[in-house]
Ligand binder design. Structure first.
Ligand SMILES: [Zn+2]
Length: 101
């Protein structure tokens, strides 16, 4: 998968379109990522015990990797990811500024 944990990504669709956030977790088997502050689902939690207050919990929902784009830390643009091999190791590169990500 092209996007990893701690990457900054830009949302391409929906109400959070054009917003950016940090990837909290990646789910390669599903092709999805969870992004901080994006695609938030508001959940109302009922009080579990008496005397406790119900509260609203805001949880980011997983989004498809194809719905986000990586933001390059070097050129701060949303970019396409390329790969190259350096010293036998595969590294991600920014297709715009050619730097390793
Ligand atoms: Zn770049």
């Amino acid at each position: 998968m092209k996007i990893k944990k701690n990457d900054t990504v830009k949302m391409l669709i929906g109400k959070d379109r054009r917003k950016t956030g940090k990837v909290l977790s990646a789910h390669p088997s599903e092709g999805k990522v969870t992004v901080e502050g994006l695609n938030i689902m508001k959940k109302h939690a009922r009080p579990r015990r008496e005397g406790e207050q119900g509260q609203r919990v805001e949880l980011p929902r997983k989004v498809n990797v194809s719905d986000v784009m990586l933001v390059c830390p070097k050129c701060s643009a949303s970019v396409r990811v390329g790969y190259k091999t350096v010293g036998g190791k595969k590294v991600r590169t920014c297709k715009k500024c050619e730097s390793e990500i």
